[in-house]
Design a protein around this ligand. Structure first.
Ligand SMILES: Cc1cc2nc3c(=O)[nH]c(=O)nc-3n(C[C@H](O)[C@H](O)[C@H](O)COP(=O)(O)OP(=O)(O)OC[C@H]3O[C@@H](n4cnc5c(N)ncnc54)[C@H](O)[C@@H]3O)c2cc1C
Length: 477
């Protein structure tokens, strides 16, 4: 009677879940779905918390939603505190499992976690599932990925027969182009499973607080139900000015509802025109927080976008959403190609390595001012305060503040990336690393880095100072 663990990582959903489907197809009699939570006070190399309360709250919301859905299928989610490399082998031993299924994440820390599980004796089956494009069906092997984004996109569009639609597109023409658009390498999303194997033992009240050694309550499963996760963090920390309204929750149910209302309200049609705005919920899709924790699959989004095009016509906005989702894929595939080299200070560039970060008092003070929105540059300060208080920032402002840290403050891009990791509710290891490398000129940008002229950006994107006033008036840094 085989028991397998299914470890939810950044794929907190049931729809379009090939890794879960692989676990279900393994012939296991019992399935134990599990997620691990790092310690809330975990600190990174730069000294600050690795995940802000906002980011943790977003993940907790997604775990609670996942637990509700799994419970409906008779197989509740077990949540364990601590390092998966320690927790999961102990859990597997407790339920007599030797196999674990999970998604593949091609970033150094996540790869090490899997290596540690294998070293502990578990048979780990991983499935690559976070991209829109299936790497197997790309026009090249990942080793031969085109050297920068534009040729990558063009080759993908040739292979998928996506083209920038004429503007404005007629719905008949759009329907024709849309129906021919979703060829491999974009595979169709899978439906959510309608049944799961049962959990190995124990009704929920047999669960014990982790670690089991701290209780004398007898045998049971280490861990607890997602329903027990603290729920208060959102309400206390989300600011009324936030672009992501406080009512939004982190799980799959909210993700699909958000996607549907976005399409129902025809917001793709205005996306190209509004996407560079700074403030508000509708100027961009706001899919990223759910894409980041996997509550929403990129393949599901594109399938729904194609159905939308078939109904309403393809246009610049629908094309541009695809264009941006391809950036997301590009940074993922770049990780498959270059791996740990993307985490070097020099990234992929040929600059001479600077082995130790410059920790001079001036640089440290500059970094602190940047993080807290106290640089004296109003647009940067407003943006950094929005990030600090809400965990979200528009793409335009992410670029502006990153450029300011690297250009004007001569800061270390890795510190900037680590601060974004801590604060962003949509933190995604691939997109964050990729974008920081890009702006620092240490990735694959053919222009060798991006520097934004602050005055020009301010005049173009906040000409009346509305955004700056929103985040700086009445606030002390
Ligand atoms: C320095 C820096 C760090 C970033 N860190 C992250 C991060 O940790 N997580 C993250 O999801 N995005 C990151 N981005 C990319 C981008 O800013 C966000 O994806 C976007 O602002 C999210 O809002 P949205 O969903 O409304 O995007 P939309 O504009 O509606 O775009 C639709 C989707 O396309 C994808 N996308 C858009 N722009 C990019 C991009 N430049 N790179 C990769 N994917 C993109 C996202 O999945 C997004 O949800 C970063 C950008 C910069 C400049």
């Amino acid at each position: 009677m085989k028991t397998v663990l299914f470890w939810f990582r950044n794929d907190l959903r049931l729809h379009d879940q090939p890794a879960l489907q692989a676990a279900l197809a393994s012939g296991a009699r019992y399935l134990l779905p599990v997620a691990c939570l790092p310690a809330p006070d975990e600190r990174g190399a730069w000294g600050w918390e690795r995940a802000s309360p906002q980011r943790r709250a977003w993940r907790h919301g997604a775990l609670r939603d996942l637990d509700r859905q799994l419970t409906r299928l008779g197989c509740p989610l077990l949540v364990c505190d601590g390092d998966p490399a320690t927790v999961l082998p102990a859990l597997a031993a407790a339920v007599g499992a030797t196999e674990l299924y999970c998604e593949d994440i091609a970033a150094p820390e996540e790869l090490q976690q899997v290596a540690a599980l294998r070293a502990a004796g578990l048979a780990v089956h991983t499935t690559w599932q976070s991209t829109l494009l299936d790497p197997q069906y790309l026009p090249w092997t990942v080793d031969a990925l085109p050297a920068s984004y534009t040729p990558f996109r063009q080759a993908v569009e040739r292979a998928t027969r996506v083209a920038i639609p004429a503007i404005p597109a007629t719905s008949a023409a759009a329907a024709t182009s849309a129906s021919s658009a979703t060829k491999a390498p974009v595979t169709a999303p899978l439906a959510a499973p309608s049944a799961l194997a049962p959990a190995p033992l124990a009704p929920p009240d047999a669960l014990l607080p982790w670690p089991p050694a701290t209780t004398a309550a007898g045998p049971g499963l280490p861990g607890y139900r997602a329903a027990l996760l603290p729920a208060h963090v959102d309400a206390r920390t989300v600011d009324a000015r936030a672009s992501l309204p406080a009512g939004l929750q982190g799980g799959e149910t909210a993700a699909l509802a958000h996607l549907h209302q976005y399409l129902h309200r025809r917001l793709p049609d205005s996306y190209k025109r509004t996407r560079n705005q700074l403030q508000g919920v509708d100027f961009s899709s706001k899919w990223s927080p759910w894409l980041a924790n996997g509550a929403l699959s990129a393949r599901r989004i594109v399938a729904e976008l194609r159905a939308y095009e078939a109904q309403h016509g393809a246009n610049e906005g629908t094309y541009w959403l695809w264009f941006e989702l391809l950036w997301r894929d590009y940074f993922r595939l770049l990780h498959l190609q270059h791996g740990v080299a993307l985490y070097r200070e020099r990234g992929l560039s040929t600059r001479r390595a600077t082995p130790t970060p410059d920790a001079s008092a001036e640089r440290t003070a500059n970094l602190t001012r940047w993080r807290h929105g106290a640089t004296g540059q109003p647009l940067v300060d407003a943006a950094m305060r929005e990030l600090l208080h809400t965990g979200y920032l528009s793409n335009r402002l992410r670029q502006v503040v990153a450029s300011f840290l690297l250009g004007e403050l001569q800061g270390d891009w890795r510190a900037g990336a680590a601060w974004f990791e801590s604060r962003l509710v949509d933190y995604d290891v691939y997109s964050n690393q990729g974008n920081w490398l890009y702006i620092a000129g240490r990735g694959t940008d053919p222009r060798g880095g991006r520097h934004f002229n602050l005055e020009k950006q301010t005049a173009e994107h906040d000409p009346d100072g509305v955004y700056r006033r929103l985040w700086t008036e009445g606030e002390s840094a």
